[in-house]
Design a protein around this ligand. Structure first.
Ligand code: PMP
Length: 317
């Protein structure tokens, strides 16, 4: 017997819960800059736990409607983890097998989540980063094109279009004409390019700031150092007004502060994006920063083991 409940609460599938994430004001962190308002776009609230639910769903939907994703085909892609989790969750919900190529050094939590959803995993050399995973996915697809739906998030326009059609309009509804800055990190660049294009059309004065690691070897999982990496086909380097560099230690520090000062346990790229936002947002700015995923996926990272002396904020209110 069906559970009697308000119909608005009953969803046909987990995929119906993607998007419409809240904004959260960062009242303690924003004290550093007079008059600034900082808002986190809480993307970990998506059902798969990250911003990547949006493009994964859109690429799958477009694959289904074009016929490239047909029953019996396997969803294939390279991923640093979050897109893979989104594919794996949606594949399970929609009845498709999923095969993923990912660097061996992604956190054990991610590997476990992916296996829990039943995805097939091929690990690539950590020293090759996400580029090694991309090359592996390309080879796997070429070996048997009829078997796979190769979503190819780095080159698939429906990646950025997902953000153009959902993330961007949500931010406009949530903040409207007061918005002065939008800040997002670059992985595939889909979030920054898609939401950024939409916001630029809404108001060409909005400052669009992209965030990248400050060196090729970094600990900012999910972000790419574009100069030394394979540049995604969907990346548009002309869009950003500011292209901010953030160091791994700075991002770790900000991630710890978010947990301890705002009660937000988020991923390292969220800390990186916020550190980047503070470099560009001056007095009286109204800033939206994308917080891509939650912190529970990173609890095995060493920087959580020994918070530095004095990290406690007891007594600061
Ligand atoms: N942060 C994290 C944790 C991610 O997994 C990703 C996706 N690789 C990003 C940021 C960057 O998002 P995008 O691919 O849309 O540039």
């Amino acid at each position: 017997m069906a559970i009697p409940t308000e119909s608005a609460r009953v969803n046909p599938s987990i995929v119906d819960l993607v998007g419409n994430t809240p904004l959260i004001r960062l009242r303690r962190i924003e004290r550093a800059v007079p008059g600034v308002e900082l808002y986190a776009k809480a993307e970990w609230q998506n059902p798969g736990g990250s911003v990547k639910d949006r493009p994964a769903l859109r690429m799958i939907q477009e694959g289904l409607s074009s016929g490239q994703l047909a029953p019996g085909r396997v969803i294939l892609d390279a991923t640093s983890g979050n897109t893979g989790i989104a594919y794996a969750m949606m594949g399970a919900a929609l009845g498709f097998k999923v095969e993923l190529c990912l660097p061996e050094n992604v956190t054990p939590e991610r590997k476990r989540i992916l296996r829990a959803y039943g995805a097939g995993l091929t690990f690539t050399d950590p020293l090759e980063g996400s580029d090694g995973a991309i090359r592996m996915a390309q080879r796997t697809h070429e070996s048997n094109p009829a078997k796979y739906f190769y979503a190819d998030q780095y080159n698939n326009d429906f990646n950025w279009k997902a953000h153009y059609d959902t993330t961007g309009p949500e931010i406009i509804r949530q903040v409207g004409a007061r918005l002065t800055h939008f800040v997002a990190g670059l992985g595939t660049s889909g979030t920054f390019v898609g939401a950024g294009r939409r916001l630029r059309e809404f108001n060409e004065e909005i400052v669009l700031a992209s965030v990248q690691p400050d060196s090729p070897l970094h600990g900012l999982e999910g972000l790419k150092h574009m100069e030394s990496a394979m540049v995604p086909g969907i990346y548009d380097a002309t869009l950003a007004d500011e292209d901010v560099r953030v160091g791994t230690e700075e991002a770790y520090e900000m991630t710890r502060r978010l947990a301890q000062e705002e009660g937000l346990l988020v991923g390292i790229s969220s800390g990186a994006n916020l550190a980047g936002a503070l470099k560009v947002a001056g007095k009286d700015a109204v800033v939206v920063v994308v917080f891509c995923d939650g912190g529970e996926r990173y609890l095995s990272e060493r920087f959580w083991e020994d918070p530095p002396e004095g990290a406690s904020i007891c007594g600061t209110n």
